[in-house]
Design a protein around this ligand. Sequence first.
Ligand code: 5AD
Ligand code: SF4
Length: 496
Amino acid sequence: HARGRALRPRRPDLQAPQPARHRASLTRRPAPRLAGATPCPHKRAMTDTETLPRTGAGAPKRLFIKTYGCQMNVYDSERMADVLRPLGYAQTETVEDAAGGILNTCHIREKAAEKVYSELGKLRILKEQKSGAMTIAVAGCVAQAEGEEIMRRQPAVDLVVGPQAYHQLPELLTRTARARGERIGADFAPVDKFDALPKARGIQGVTAFLTVQEGCDKFCTFCVVPYTRGAEWSRPVAAILDEARALADQGVREITLLGQNVNAYHGAGDGGDWSLARLIWALNDIDGLERIRFTTSHPNDMSDDLIAAHGECAKLMPYLHLPVQSGSDRILKRMNRKHTAEEYLRLIERIRAARPDILISGDFIVGFPEETERDFEDTLDLIRAVNYGQAFSFKYSSRPGTPAAERPLVDEAEASDRLHRLQALINEQARGVMDGMVGREIGVLFEKPGRMEGQMAGKSDYLHAVHVKAEGIAPGDLRRVRITEAGPNSLAGALV
Ligand code: 5AD
Ligand code: SF4
């Protein structure tokens, strides 16, 4: 059994920067442990033998899954549905008829985490109306970070299951309706999860996410991910290629490789560890698979082979999400980003030299502790220098237990004002990039009928939504389209 082979040795230089007075609400998940060495901790936790309420002999039990946060959570929710399907759980969009409800949660900002508690309040009322005949589970990063607090704040919750324990869900759901006060899954290694999840995926549609890497060793001082998702870990190459081939056989034409630090990928393959670029080249050979994307990348892991692949690999799309967070060297240092604004700009130049038309996307945080107007203007300057096709921007949200949470906050009104100014600039740039598509001939992967009669909708190589009015286009068709118009949120064009 090849468990653990792909685990990266823990690097002693990768230490979480400690805040002066550590609030200790976040603890780093221990380094991945080899399965089989110790008994499964949740087995000891399951003292409650209540069984899951049945809805009638043979009747499918309805499962409601609500997903918050990032694309990896979308992938994880699909895998939870896959693992529960053999138990007779069929997914439902309406929570009212559900025998089980799972909230797959996000902990990245305070607002995201708080949404979970208000949704749980609604589920509690529903559960009472059903006289308790409903199992409520909280999964994802809030489960990992706030397990005990969830059980305390919302007693209607039956299960709290962290991101590395989803393969345990069938057992947990059937054998217990309440693992009292126990946080399940905190100590599992991703290798256990990926080995145990079903190989077949109940995927619908022509695009799919595929997780290749989990966790983060970067410890940006604002971020909870190194604590909620644990240490960086890469799936072995063979498992990824198998999953990709199976997806292509099911009609998937575009795969987005996911990882919190996807370009730090270093999974075990033939001849040793493979880089993300090498993995992409292998995926490029899969028949039926037409497009490859990946997200999210860190500037310091943009290796030469990955930059070159953007110029040379036909199926790798000309779109790169490369967050920089700030354009001020002073703030970048305090964020522990380990690069300067200038280094980021030089990197973008090298990427554009390899693939001149690439669309660059980013993430920004405004109002990071002690950010001055001058720091913020440096960020606007960097944005002007890059010209983003898209970007996500957030007001800094203090996360207890992270180093930055100990530092003085920027005035709320000032932070809001900066966010509006930054978003106005990004919107202007995104608008310009979309307008620049008019007259160009580009690839579009069609996904579904559009809103208007006779229309088909899809995504361009650059990830813009595109509508085309034409007969005979089916979902999954990849066609050349001449763009004729740029609307507020989408492009329109005609088949070439
Ligand atoms: N506050 C605001 N935004 C954050 N992000 C991560 N942590 C925080 C935080 N504490 C943003 C970063 C990251 C994106 C996924 O979320 O920009 O790239
Ligand atoms: Fe949210 Fe980050 Fe967790 Fe994704 S990894 S669910 S964005 S906290």
